[in-house]
Design a protein around this ligand. Structure first.
Ligand code: NAG
Ligand code: NAG
Ligand code: NAG
Ligand code: NAG
Ligand code: NAG
Ligand code: NAG
Length: 338
């Protein structure tokens, strides 16, 4: 419903903006003077999307937004569980993109290590499927996006969440890599934004292959979100040491922050006022949904506002310190800044 209106499209006009952004992503990059070409990390990549095999230009531009999030998920789940990322697991998908900042192995018990390694490998498949639809290089698939997965950035994100809901920061700063519970809580932030983004982009898709891919990605992202929420729901009243807050409090703080950043009610914690529960009858909220228990949607703009942590798609930050890649993301970025 709020999808199409706020998309700043411009598949041709935005390309040159993106070229400028991409140059800033990789220090060694050197652009050619041709608008359609760019040597990035020694690779020859053309960023414009072309219609192919039933996928429209818009289909591809929408799916490009998701590729940024899939890189984030792959790196975070792989590193957290096994201590390495795409560079080791599937180097061919990196395409010369910069390594993530500050990512590390989490101190996980065998149960969560097993689950999150499975999630990480699922994301490898998602990236491969997306890049295949985007026709790989030199079309509109792009190399790995610069990600900030450092403790410092996580602590900052969680502080923003607690400021919005409880009026103060966490002391000591939140460290997602510290133990299984912290890591589990941190993953609450990961598949759900992508999920709502897929719900938002789906009605705008035209091509058979694009719809098939997005439905398939949406299903597995929803499954991941359900696993994470179920694990947290089981422990919803558990205090997260050394803080005085429960697991449910963390979920509510994160969801409130994301609503703020998206300027809409598109996110719900694990325990909610009855009017947000299913049929307004329950406070338990193992899955988020609207008043018909239908998943919320985020526009591409809202996805960017949220993952940048700034509430502004023109202001990169958070997990994407240089912004997301692709035609739509670039259309929001000021070329003078990048
Ligand atoms: C980049 O690739 C395109 C298409 O494959 C090719 O036409 C062009 O000459 C290449 N440019 C450079 C600088 O290698
Ligand atoms: C092209 O589309 C057809 C029909 O949807 C599909 O079976 C085929 O795998 C697609 N080819 C590529 C290269 O994506
Ligand atoms: C925090 O958790 C406590 C105990 O579970 C609960 O009573 C309180 O409502 C929660 N607050 C928020 C904002 O989630
Ligand atoms: C941000 O979140 C807090 C807590 O849910 C809420 O009270 C406040 O109205 C929100 N602010 C905006 C601008 O949405
Ligand atoms: C359901 O939500 C929509 C949009 O927020 C609202 O317009 C509608 O009144 C709600 N319906 C009920 C039964 O609360
Ligand atoms: C979003 O950020 C841009 C770039 O910093 C700025 O020009 C614009 O005013 C911001 N928009 C809002 C609504 O804050």
């Amino acid at each position: 419903m709020h999808a199409a209106g706020s998309l700043k499209m411009g598949s041709s006009g935005a390309n040159w903006v993106f070229l400028v952004l991409a140059v800033s992503l990789v220090v060694s990059a050197s652009a050619t003077s041709d608008d359609d070409e760019l040597m990035i990390g020694g690779l020859n990549i053309t960023y414009s999307c072309k219609k192919s095999n039933g996928s429209t230009v818009l289909d591809k531009e929408l799916i490009e937004v998701a590729l940024n999030l899939e890189y984030l998920e792959a790196e975070y789940f792989l590193w957290g569980s096994v201590g390495y990322g795409l560079d080791v697991e599937a180097k061919y998908l990196v395409d010369g993109g910069p390594p993530p900042i500050g990512v590390q192995k989490a101190n996980l018990n065998p149960y969560y290590k097993d689950i999150f390694y499975q999630f990480g490998l699922q994301e490898v498949g998602h990236i491969r499927a997306i890049k295949a639809l985007l026709d790989y290089r030199p079309h509109c698939a792009f190399p790995r996006t610069l990600l900030d997965l450092s403790k410092k950035n996580w602590a900052h994100t969680m502080d923003e969440a607690f400021l919005a809901t409880f009026g103060h920061k966490l002391n000591p700063p939140f460290d997602p890599y510290r133990n299984s519970l912290n890591y589990l809580i941190s993953t609450y932030t990961i598949p759900y934004v992508g999920l709502t983004g897929y719900v938002g982009s789906n009605p705008l898709l035209t091509g058979y292959n694009s719809k098939r891919l997005v439905a398939g990605l949406l299903a597995v992202e929803s499954g991941q979100d359900a696993v994470i929420r179920t694990e947290m729901y089981r422990m919803k009243d558990k205090i997260v040491p050394p803080y005085k807050y429960t697991v449910a409090n963390f979920s509510n703080a994160i969801s409130n922050l994301r609503n703020n950043l998206s300027h809409a009610l598109v996110d719900e914690g694990l325990v909610v006022p009855k009017y947000l529960g299913a049929e307004m009858k329950v406070t338990g909220n193992i899955l988020a949904g609207d008043n018909n228990s239908v998943a919320y949607a985020r526009t591409a703009q809202q996805v960017l506002e949220t993952v940048y942590g700034t509430g502004n798609a023109s202001k990169p930050g958070g997990f994407f310190p240089k912004g997301a890649q692709g035609v739509i993301a670039a259309s929001y970025l000021d070329p003078d800044d990048y």
